[in-house]
Design a protein around this ligand. Structure first.
Ligand SMILES: Cc1cc2nc3c(=O)[nH]c(=O)nc-3n(C[C@H](O)[C@H](O)[C@H](O)COP(=O)(O)OP(=O)(O)OC[C@H]3O[C@@H](n4cnc5c(N)ncnc54)[C@H](O)[C@@H]3O)c2cc1C
Length: 420
């Protein structure tokens, strides 16, 4: 069994950035394991632009963005194995099956989980009707069109207004299909504002908020769908049903972090994000095991994935070189409250953190003309004006080590959406 200092599971943007930062922080004996035949993760099928505005101040396509990190990875001579799927992690022994080498095992000092996420399938929705051809998840359709070179259909309805659904509305239109509408269960879109403008408004594609698909018509091939308005409890309202003929239904109804490996090894999972609970170093409930990217929580922009993953890489490198630091201070819980649904990380420790800690969060609804406030106990210490906050756009707050150190006896940090 080969001994490796840091093993990174997944060669998407998170795994690439984590490996690069771990190497720069002084770890030479590291390895990326990737189940696909290429590095780059989901970015390889995202051929639209809009990536990298924060990191490179340029608008890149997904493959271009991944390409920059792959180039750096190769320049740093970081080893990776493709077609290698990790099937188990136990006591830091990583077991994988590889097309080239068969069954392989590695003993790691630290592990970075960077397995990304997958799409919620139709089975999770309980839409009545047969199972005709023509119903795809939006990401599968994206892969068919952009990588395999197939058109899934000509007349399209999209259920769910998350970013993948919005991007695919534009993509299918550009390939000559008629996208009849996007139906969204919630009274607001789950995607970025810029995607609503650039992918729907610019092409005249209607977005029907508070609507869902209530029936499927067609036995061999989809012939149409029934859509209905829903009430505040998200239940279809009788008498509002309308029939839309179409041969294709794309589902963009949520992403689920790929945490089967994490759960099997006993890592604590946060129910609100479906990702591991982590501290300020992005360390999970198990010592020396770190998580970053979409496996930790679903991100809106890949730039934040890369930044977060770089932090996980540095933390893993520190752990390998110096062990887990002794701390005098305690882990301070971060408490999401009044409109904030969750925070990542869930605790911070001033003794362990870098000079700053970025806290990422999402709201539980749409808030306009409000403030994102942070309290150290009862004292308000951060007060940020926001014109609008929506669950589709991630928020972030930076905490400074010096402020935490100065706040003697601090036992909780609370995050709130408030009117003032
Ligand atoms: C359709 C779509 C459009 C998007 N548009 C934008 C955009 O315009 N701008 C933007 O900034 N972001 C966009 N994003 C978001 C961005 O692509 C993601 O945030 C980013 O790819 C997440 O990176 P990741 O490394 O965490 O996950 P992934 O990219 O999913 O990579 C995870 C990797 O782990 C591998 N893996 C999983 N399990 C195992 C295992 N057991 N063993 C070995 N390998 C494994 C997978 O094969 C994969 O390569 C978009 C995403 C999608 C899906």
């Amino acid at each position: 069994m080969e001994n490796i200092d840091v093993i990174i599971i997944g060669g998407g943007p998170a795994g690439l950035a984590a490996a690069i930062e771990a190497k720069k922080a002084g770890v030479d004996n590291l390895l990326i394991l990737e189940r696909d035949s290429d590095l780059g993760g989901i970015l390889n099928q995202c051929i639209h632009n809009g990536f990298g505005l924060h990191t490179f101040q340029e608008e890149l396509t997904g493959p271009e963005y991944a390409g920059r990190f792959i180039k750096e990875l190769k320049a740093l001579q970081i080893p990776y194995k493709l077609n290698t799927m990790v099937i188990e992690i136990k006591d830091k022994i990583v077991t994988a099956v590889s097309r080239q080498e068969g069954y392989v095992e590695y003993k790691a000092k630290a592990i970075i989980l960077a397995m990304g996420c997958r799409e919620r399938p139709r089975g999770a929705l309980n839409i009545p009707g047969f199972r005709p051809a023509g119903i795809y998840s939006a990401g599968t359709a994206q892969r068919l069109v952009n990588i395999e070179g197939f058109m899934p259909g000509r007349e399209v309805v999209i259920l769910g207004s998350g970013d993948i659904g919005l991007i695919m509305a534009r993509r299918m239109t550009l390939e000559g299909a008629k996208v009849k509408l996007v139906a969204e269960l919630m009274p607001y879109s789950g995607g970025l504002k810029r995607n609503i403008v650039q992918c729907l408004d610019d092409y005249g594609i209607p977005l029907k908020l508070s609507h869902t698909v209530t029936g499927i018509d067609g036995k061999d091939r989809l012939r149409g769908v029934f859509i209905s308005r829903v009430d505040e409890a998200r239940k279809p309202i009788a008498g509002t049903e309308e029939y839309i003929s179409c041969d294709t239904l794309l589902l963009s109804v949520g992403l689920i972090p790929e945490n089967e490996l994490s759960q099997d090894m006993g890592v604590e999972i946060e129910p609100l994000t479906s990702g591991p609970v982590v501290n300020e170093s992005l360390e999970t409930s198990q010592e020396g095991i770190y998580a970053c990217g979409n496996v930790l929580h679903v991100h809106d922009l890949v730039d934040y994935v890369s930044e977060e993953a770089g932090h996980a890489g540095r933390s893993a490198a520190q752990y390998v070189k110096n062990g887990r630091p002794e701390t005098a201070g305690k882990d301070i819980p971060l408490i999401p409250s009044d409109g904030i649904r969750y925070t990542v990380p869930r605790t911070v420790n001033a003794d362990r953190m870098e000079e700053t800690a970025v806290i990422r969060m999402r709201t539980d609804g749409v808030y306009k003309n409000c403030y994102l406030n942070v309290y150290f106990g009862a004292d308000r210490v951060i007060h940020k004006k926001r014109m609008v906050m929506t669950p589709g756009e991630m928020e972030e707050i930076t905490l400074k080590k010096q402020d935490l150190k100065a706040a003697a006896g601090l036992d909780r940090i609370i995050f709130r959406v408030e009117e003032q």
